[in-house]
Design a protein around this ligand. Structure first.
Ligand code: FAD
Ligand code: NAD
Length: 452
């Protein structure tokens, strides 16, 4: 076999690509893996994992302040930004070194550079032409271009996670995951934080009542959230400061900022791949794949994760599931496996976290006779004992079958407890099943019995 021909070429090294490469390698295939940036992908280097280190800092500050004078003496708490940055790098730097070394040790060929198609079975990387029987695209997502005057003045999440200090006035564009998670961190550093969100609510995948509770709590902690506010320009105001212009309900407004952060959405990262040369159909929603994760126009090519048009949320667990299926179908005579997403839990790692799974209240009411079990649990003993102050839930149960249709959590351990609902819903447990299960006490999981 030629040195430039492989059984499979894998583009990217994120969760999707690494799953496909590892599986193909274990099956004895000759694998080439190509990465345009550092080896490791978004989740490990610039997304979920480093982000969680920052949120942990904010969470600790928040909880310690609330516990001050009750559980502990905690005067003069502060986020030490350079220290936080270097602690984050303890998790990201080793990934870069270890991941490429691990591919090489297992006998895979690694290539550094931007892959672009040069035919239906070929790519170019740094002017080297590689061919393969199968090609997998796991090129992820990138920030949506901010097509507004001065849009280039806003930093992206990658740069945010590399800041060595935080200025005193920070504006976030957009009120989705990235802005709200980072805003919680910046606010606990003592900076003035503004979130400008064009929609009526922030955090649209989550329950509106719980989001309102979180917004009210966040406001008390210095996060100014302006909804129905579309940012339309970022101007220099002479010195290092910037003027952020936005339209709120038809009225032109502006605010000053020392730092503007782009949290206005991410799009599939496909524009540099020269997909036309690979005869690969795509749209602005990503690479068009069939139910088996195969390109609808080029049967040699598969795609998964953030770059594939599946209609599913762009998350690490969905990327992993799709890639697991690609690994099964890639060399099958005829692909037959489909992703089993079940019900997908979603968590925004705000302070405190907010989580959701299954149907929203309005979706559930459209098709079912629903028992809505909803409460603000900030006063519950479990929450008060841990000196936390913002907590609530909404569980939607089908009155006819007792099945759980949706679960929405806010507060301590929401990010963990939602997984109990994921298990229950995937395996069709009823609310009564959950209520009759003995959970260790005192734990936040044991509160679930009172929610269903
Ligand atoms: C700030 C942030 C926080 C996040 N937090 C969470 C979270 O808490 N939980 C969660 O589930 N999800 C989170 N996500 C989303 C999660 O990171 C992604 O859904 C996940 O990484 C998608 O995996 P992927 O393999 O599809 O792509 P990626 O992990 O993005 O990997 C794609 C890789 O392909 C490379 N690449 C792109 N084009 C080319 C090319 N032409 N040639 C060679 N290489 C190329 C890229 O450099 C990159 O390394 C977060 C994302 C961000 C930005
Ligand atoms: N915890 C997690 O799982 C997590 C964390 C971070 C990112 N992610 C993934 O990354 C994706 C991208 O995150 P994100 O926060 O950038 O996007 P997002 O889609 O969650 O939110 C972007 C928001 O910005 C608003 N917006 C767009 N342009 C605007 C403008 N000019 N002015 C004001 N508002 C504007 C949009 O209406 C939208 O509500 C997420 O959808 C998610 O899939 C997940």
């Amino acid at each position: 076999m030629s040195a430039t021909h492989f059984d499979v070429i894998v583009i990217g090294t994120g969760p999707a690509a690494s799953t496909v490469a590892e599986n193909a390698n274990e099956d004895g295939r000759r694998v080439a893996i190509v990465e345009a940036r550092e080896f490791g992908g978004t989740c490990a280097l610039r997304g979920c994992n480093p982000k969680k280190v920052y949120v942990n800092a904010a969470d600790l500050i928040d909880r310690s302040r609330a516990a001050n004078g009750k559980l502990i003496d905690a005067e003069r708490l502060a986020i030490n930004w350079p220290q936080l940055l270097s602690f984050k790098r303890e998790f990201t730097d080793p990934v870069v070194e270890k991941s490429e070394r691990s591919y090489l040790k297992k006998g895979m060929a690694t290539f550094h550079g931007q892959a672009s198609f040069d035919g239906p079975d070929a790519i170019l990387v740094n002017n080297v032409r590689l061919t393969a029987d199968r090609l997998f695209i796991g090129s992820g997502a990138r920030p949506r271009p901010l097509d507004i005057p001065g849009g280039e003045r806003a930093i992206h999440s990658d740069a945010f996670l590399e800041l060595a200090e935080i200025p005193s006035r920070v504006v976030f564009i957009g009120g989705g995951y990235i802005s709200m998670e980072f805003a919680c961190v910046v606010a606990r550093s003592g900076s003035e934080v503004t979130v400008l969100q064009q929609e009526e609510h922030v955090l649209s995948p989550f329950d509106a009542d719980l989001v309102s509770q979180l917004v009210e709590y966040s406001a008390r902690h210095g996060i100014n959230i302006h909804t129905s506010s579309q940012v339309n320009a970022i101007e220099s105001s002479g010195d290092a400061a910037m003027k952020v212009r936005y339209e709120q309900s038809g009225e032109e407004k502006w605010g000053e900022a020392d730092l503007v952060v782009h949290g206005a959405g991410r799009i599939p990262n496909v524009c540099d791949l020269n997909l036309k040369a690979g005869e690969i159909e795509y749209s602005d929603r990503g690479i068009t794949v069939d139910e088996f994760m195969r390109s609808v126009s080029n049967p040699r090519v598969y795609a998964a994760g953030d770059c594939a048009d599946t209609g599913k949320p762009m998350l690490t667990p969905t990327a992993n599931e799709e890639a697991r299926i690609v690994a099964k179908n890639l060399f099958a005579e005829s692909p037959s496996r489909r992703p089993d997403y079940g019900v997908i839990p979603q968590v925004a790692f705000t302070v405190p976290a907010i989580a959701a799974i299954g149907l929203s209240e309005s979706e559930a009411k459209r098709s079912f006779d629903v028992d809505v079990r909803h409460a603000d649990t900030s006063g519950w003993n479990s929450v008060r004992k841990s000196c936390q102050e913002c907590s609530g839930y909404k569980v939607l149960v089908d009155k006819q079958t007792d099945r759980i249709l949706g679960a929405h959590l806010l507060g301590p351990s929401a990010e963990e407890t939602i997984n109990l609902f994921a298990l229950a819903m995937k395996h069709d447990l009823t609310a009564t099943d959950l209520k009759s299960t003995l959970f260790a006490f005192p734990t936040f999981a044991s509160d679930v019995r009172q929610m269903v």
